[in-house]
Design a binder for this molecule. Structure first.
Ligand SMILES: Nc1ncnc2c1ncn2[C@@H]1O[C@H](COP(=O)(O)OP(=O)(O)OP(=O)(O)O)[C@@H](O)[C@H]1O
Ligand SMILES: [Mg+2]
Length: 206
């Protein structure tokens, strides 16, 4: 049983796209719940769009935009091997309660100056919860522009700050933004993210 909260208090950082892909990756391994803790309900809409087209997402999706996610999730977690929580921007108390519920937090950050400037409040919130619950967290670079040095530079800066950066990162590509409303057939780089989070080894080709 593993509960993963995907967080960043700043909007538009890739929480929903990451949550939906990770839920898809986990669903290939065991029963999975995606809890949409954002009242905007993007993950719920995504799943509805898939089902309206007669498709299946492969996991359960539930709206849980509440300030006591940690308490409310207890009623459901026994039925699942993996729980992914998509969290809202701005709503500190909801994000905090999702982190309180989580074993693992994934802080998704696009490596742009404006996103980096605003990452501190979320890092502080995570540190706060880490002290209370023993939460483990990782930073995942998302929306990384391949033609730019931003990703590399951010890796360097984050390594100096001793932030726990995942090796895998998500490039800025139309395939990820276009995935909304569709079932995910190809996880792209999220497959590597899932393996890193689950501590699965990459196959080494000799
Ligand atoms: N790797 C990517 N490549 C290209 N576009 C992406 C990528 N990841 C996310 N996007 C796009 O960036 C925008 C923000 O992504 P997303 O909705 O996942 O962020 P969010 O953090 O959930 O936003 P909010 O805080 O509003 O809930 C969306 O338009 C999405 O399609
Ligand atoms: Mg979202």
């Amino acid at each position: 049983m593993m509960k993963v909260a995907v967080v960043n208090l700043k909007g538009g950082s890739g929480k929903t796209v990451s949550s939906f892909h990770l839920a898809t990756a986990f669903a290939a391994r065991g029963r999975t719940l995606l809890a949409d803790c954002d009242e905007q309900g993007s993950s719920l809409s995504w799943a509805s769009a898939v089902e309206e087209d007669g498709g299946e997402v492969g996991f359960s999706v539930m709206g849980l935009p509440v300030k006591d996610v940690n308490r409310r999730i207890r009623d459901f977690e026994a039925d699942y091997e993996y729980v992914v929580m998509d969290t809202p921007p701005g709503d500190y108390m909801v994000a905090r309660s999702a982190l309180m519920a989580a074993d693992v937090a994934v802080l998704v950050v696009p490596p742009t100056p404006i996103d980096l400037d605003r990452v501190m409040p979320t890092l502080e919130l995570i540190a706060d919860v880490e002290d209370m619950t023993g939460l483990t967290y990782y930073v995942l670079l998302t929306r990384v522009r391949r033609i730019s040095r931003e990703g590399q530079d951010t890796r360097g800066a984050m390594a100096e700050m001793e932030l726990p950066l995942l090796e895998a990162e998500i490039p800025l590509l139309g395939r990820y933004s276009d995935s909304f409303g569709q079932p995910i057939r190809d996880l792209g780089e999220y497959e590597r993210v899932a393996r890193e989070l689950l501590g699965e080894r990459e196959e080494v080709v000799r």
